[in-house]
Design a protein around this ligand. Structure first.
Ligand code: SAH
Length: 342
């Protein structure tokens, strides 16, 4: 395991193994979580220890190969190059409550959703815990903007990489690290039911977002292949179990696609199916992806859909589009970069 993916406890154990006092573990952990780029910076560690670490655990800091800033709303987008040359995207969004980063959990994705640019080239590999942490840390350092919120809604399916994601959450939440509250973190999934149950067992205070995007199997089957493995009723049953285990309201994402899932009858069907489950809907007008024939719903259709949900007692917000001028939606920048370099 990479040094930076280790918990504080594990670093203390490592120090003992290297014949050092345990407090060196905390010093090292603190340096790494402040974004140290080399052992030379760690002036409170003995020189010979630094040399040993350099040999065994060389430090790599991700490189920003592209940076874009929206002129419309200050949204920033980074394309980070990882140690093996692969790239992932991170988006920094500025809200009244603080700065939020949208991070990637995998290089590519194998879920195959019809509207999503992240999945077009398939899955390359899963990200390691420190590669998720580095996106938060180096976006903060590069932008000079303190990050208080995280959404796991970038490239990849976080529940397809659950073990590493859980470790990342422990790191980013640690007092000696970035200390970001789990209540300020959202995790978005396309609906891997057994993994939702596994996450529920952790009883974390994060927000679970479920990419529902359709009221029934007939529609969902056509846009999300995962639905054939875990159909709508099973997914909603898992959401109910999740709510029972954590007492956290589920947030549903619903990309509004013209003529596919945006009719009034679809809103009514959702209301029938969601009965008794505390939920919040995020309506997202589809971001058009070049390779896809799917188009966004009209403003009027979105507004009507929202009103029907609200009238039925389900809170629904229309997601403000940020970074519309900088390819800021899922996988678009990485896709462009890969195409240009082919
Ligand atoms: N794999 C996870 C998280 C990544 S995607 C998931 O499926 O939830 C984050 C959100 O953006 C998901 O709700 C996804 O369905 C949505 N999304 C992907 N492409 C989109 C597009 N072109 N327009 C609108 N939303 C999109």
């Amino acid at each position: 395991m990479k040094l930076k993916s280790m918990t504080l406890r594990e670093m203390e154990v490592l120090m003992k193994e290297l014949g050092q006092p345990a407090f060196r573990g905390k010093q090292l952990y603190t340096w790494l979580h402040k974004g140290a780029r080399s052992y030379d910076e760690m002036t409170n560690l003995p020189k010979d220890l630094r040399a040993v670490l350099e040999e065994k655990y060389p430090i790599y800091a991700p490189v920003a190969v592209r940076r874009q800033e929206s002129k419309l709303d200050g949204t920033r987008k980074y394309l980070w190059q990882l140690e093996d040359g692969n790239c992932v995207e991170t988006v920094l969004m500025r809200y009244h409550y603080g700065n939020s980063v949208c991070i990637s959990s995998e290089v590519g994705c194998r879920m195959g959703c019809a509207f999503c640019a992240s999945t077009l080239g398939g899955l390359v590999r899963k990200l390691e815990p420190h590669e998720m942490l580095d996106q938060v840390l180096f976006t903060q350092l590069d932008s000079g903007l303190p990050i208080s919120h995280i959404v796991l809604m970038g490239i990849g399916e976080p529940l397809d990489n659950l073990e590493n994601v859980l470790r990342f959450l422990e790191l980013v939440n640690s007092k000696e690290g970035m200390n970001i509250s789990l209540r300020h973190i959202s995790l978005s999934t396309c609906g891997l039911v057994p993994k939702i149950d596994e996450l529920a067992r952790q009883k974390l205070q994060l927000t679970l977002s479920v990419s529902l995007h359709a009221p029934n199997d007939e529609i969902r089957d056509t846009i999300m292949p995962v639905n054939r493995a875990y159909p709508v009723e099973e997914l909603l049953a898992a959401c109910r179990r999740y709510y029972q285990a954590t007492n956290r309201r589920i947030s549903f994402e619903y990309a509004m696609i013209n003529g596919v899932n945006d009719a009034p009858e679809h809103a009514k069907e959702l209301l029938r199916r969601l009965k008794g489950l505390p939920a919040h809907f995020n309506l997202i007008p589809l971001n058009h992806v070049e390779e896809s024939p799917l188009k966004p719903s009209t403003k009027a259709a979105v507004a009507k859909f929202q009103k029907l949900l609200e009238d039925g007692g389900v809170t629904a917000t229309v997601r403000r589009t940020l970074g519309g001028d900088i390819d800021a939606s899922c996988g678009q920048l990485r896709r462009k970069h890969t195409k240009e370099n082919q």
